[in-house]
Design a protein around this ligand. Sequence first.
Ligand code: NAG
Ligand code: NAG
Length: 425
Amino acid sequence: MEFESNDSNWDGVYYYPQLFGGVMLTAAVLGLSTSYFGGTMGFPTLPYTLPYLNNLQKKKREKRKVRVYMDGCFDLMHYGHANALRQAKALGDELVVGLVSDEEIVLNKGPPVLSMEERLALVSGLKWVDEVIADAPYAITEDFMNRLFNEHKIDYIIHGDDPCLLPDGSDAYALAKKVGRYKQIKRTEGVSSTDIVGRILAFIEDKNACDGSQESSRNDEPNGMNKSVEKSKHASNFLPTSRRIVQFSNAKGPGPNARVVYIDGAFDLFHAGHVEILKSARQLGDFLLVGIYTDQIVSEQRGPHFPLMHLHERSLSVLACRYVDEVIIGAPWEITKDMITTFNISLVVHGTVCESKSSVNGQADPYSVPKNMGIFRMLESPKDITTTSVAQRIIANHEIYEKRNAKKEASEKKFYEERKYISGD
Ligand SMILES: *[C@@H]1O[C@H](CO)[C@@H](O)[C@H](O)[C@H]1NC(C)=O
Ligand SMILES: *[C@@H]1O[C@H](CO)[C@@H](O)[C@H](O)[C@H]1NC(C)=O
């Protein structure tokens, strides 16, 4: 997972005395202990008498929320990003996310796959995110850091445990560390945007090989073997644990008399269109239950290269969405009467924009039961983005992405080779 924010230029790091003044004032007024800010600062003598201070402390402590900040591009957002933000949120009360602008991404790493609007929808849709700053710089500048501390009242800047070095080799978070306002989280294993782009590119390579004819096809031998080699290279390293699912889960069933809405789908390569349709679906009831198809069903419906993300990966992405109350990990294609009874489903919805279920080649209608019961409803999909259309963007620019990916694969390989156990979750 990359929260690359360190590749551009940086003009020296030094701290602002007025920043210290501000911090000390705040700390003094709040009556917080020095350890609150990492114990790096001296304190002026407090000009209050003790009883008064105690009262003040109590009141303010109740009100004052610890605000944490984490930034990133969040292009092709996946459950690794979601998990990072979940961990960040756990280090404070309110999570502010800095979303790097399109211009900055273009400047630093080439065109993003998703537009700012789409990335904003994805990040805002995460249940751990409280605020988004939509014009974060690619590399945290000193100016921006002061804006974070003073304007946005950020207490801590959070970053993953992968080193974040500036071109001159210095630490991008040196200033935040120096003032004791930096905290680290553990990078989520098993997924990166590079991997996902790799899976999509592997798909077109295979397609080219199968189309044969042109350019002395990449593999001369019967290509069955190479296909699996190519695919396994980008196969997920994600090890699904029950703990991760618990962390993502709301751990709550529908309350008494709740109106349960059901929506099903592949939710592959979770995108802004998914967030929007889940939001609309949730508004129709009190509890949104999402059925996520098995890998096999998705494969049968869309072809052997799908799903791009496997069942557990897709489930986590959906669970991370703030509009979702519960998921069925591996939902059936057809909605049965028994399912409707089991979950007390009062409404089944389906989006108008979708890739499968367009009643292809005479298949039985999977929604015939809820339709006959009069509890089925088509939902106008607010966006026409689909998994395929996202994949198409990558395929259309595959030369750029191939190059970028080769570079990043190397650095990620290095990261995995050199990494050691770090505690945290
Ligand atoms: C295809 O796979 C074979 C092994 O089955 C390998 O020797 C060969 O180098 C592969 N070709 C490519 C282009 O990867
Ligand atoms: C089942 O859902 C309906 C709403 O459609 C609700 O009125 C009813 O109370 C629910 N049943 C239970 C046992 O919660």
